[in-house]
Design a protein around this ligand. Structure first.
Ligand code: SF4
Length: 340
């Protein structure tokens, strides 16, 4: 017998399913700031920030971002260094660059207004099927399905999908199931409810099936084992060497053109010095565990073209990735504002 569930038999009855889900959502759904607005710009900002990042981390960034760049025009006018600085600490900086590019695209090509249909939204830089559907349903209440991590888990369990979900067939199954459950009106609340069900009840390791509003529609036999995913690559340990060079109230930094492109980091060292590092700290990066080792180095006579001296006061306004800012905070008497 195939391990794959027969999806035509395992999809719940859509109307009854939606009724149960909505009843629960009206009572228990999360009150999130991006759900209190219909402004497509604010919703797009939240969607970019929420990719790979938890709600609790995003909340303060979202509020600060909207104060600093309240609309597409303000974002389009900003310099890249300002955008990276506002994103600093959220990680995955390609999202910030894409959001900046989307701001310019909407301003230059769409008269400052985002298109209200998925085909138009999908033209924006960094916008894939999920984000286009999310924007169309959350901002315009269009009947568009969405599948992100929480919803994928719920749908795989509801249909007892035994194959891996991160394959072409697995993704197709999830999108088909999401479509089959979608209402023609009220997609905004429906998609939000599915997300909240995954975030609050149908949890990754310990689903709270006893409290689940759609339990009677669920076919999962061993829900904690679902969804299945392809094996991840093993974690690779890396050691990266950087220099700490200070002259009175100035520190030498280098503008990165690789990872953290455009941000300012401690200058790279080509070889390992014989002496001990001033400090070491670890941080994760995709499937890597990186050790940042920082060594004292005397001031060079001439700095490289991509290197520059900055006063300690100026560091607060610079986009510096979190691991390098943590190192600077430990090595320098920075003003309190620089420690965020
Ligand atoms: S019954 Fe359990 S596994 Fe099924 S959707 Fe609800 S919480 Fe998830």
């Amino acid at each position: 017998m195939s391990r794959r569930a027969d999806s035509s038999e395992t999809r719940p009855d859509p109307r009854q399913f939606r009724r149960s889900l909505q009843r629960w959502f009206r009572l228990r759904g999360r009150d999130l700031p991006w759900r209190r607005t219909r402004d497509p710009y604010a919703i797009l900002v939240s969607e970019f920030m929420l990719q790979q990042t938890q709600v609790v981390t995003v909340l303060p960034y979202y509020q600060r971002w909207l104060k600093r760049f309240p609309d597409f025009a303000a974002l389009a006018r900003a310099k890249e260094s300002e955008v990276l600085h506002a994103w600093q600490g959220l990680g995955y900086y390609a999202r910030a660059r894409n959001l900046h590019a989307a701001g310019k695209f909407v301003t230059e090509n769409c008269g400052g207004e985002i298109p209200a249909h998925t085909a138009g939204i999908a033209q924006l830089p960094g916008v894939g099927r999920y984000t286009a559907g999310a924007l169309a349903s959350f901002a315009f209440d269009r009947p568009e399905p969405i599948v992100e991590a929480n919803i994928a888990r719920v749908l795989a369990r509801l249909t007892n999908w035994q194959d891996t979900i991160d394959t072409t067939a697995g993704r197709a199954h999830l999108w088909r199931t999401a479509e089959s459950l979608l209402p023609m009106t009220g997609a905004r609340d429906h998609n939000s409810a599915l997300m909240d069900l995954g975030a609050m009840i149908c949890l990754p390791r310990t689903p709270h099936c006893g409290a689940c509003p759609v339990r009677r529609f669920c076919r999962a036999v061993e829900p904690a084992l679902l969804p299945r995913k392809k094996q991840r690559p093993a974690t690779v340990c890396l050691r990266e060497r950087h220099a700490f060079t200070r002259q009175r109230n100035h520190v030498l930094l280098e503008q990165s053109h690789l990872r953290w492109q455009g941000m300012w980091i401690l200058p790279r060292l080509a070889s390992t010095p014989r002496r001990r590092p001033l400090l070491e700290l670890d941080f994760p990066f995709t499937h890597h565990r990186v050790t940042l080792a920082v060594f004292a180095r005397p001031a060079p006579k001439i700095a490289h073209a991509n290197q520059q001296w900055f006063s300690l006061r100026a560091l607060d306004r610079l986009p510096v990735p979190s691991p390098h800012r943590r190192a600077l905070v430990q090595l320098l008497p920075l003003p309190s504002g620089s420690r965020s």
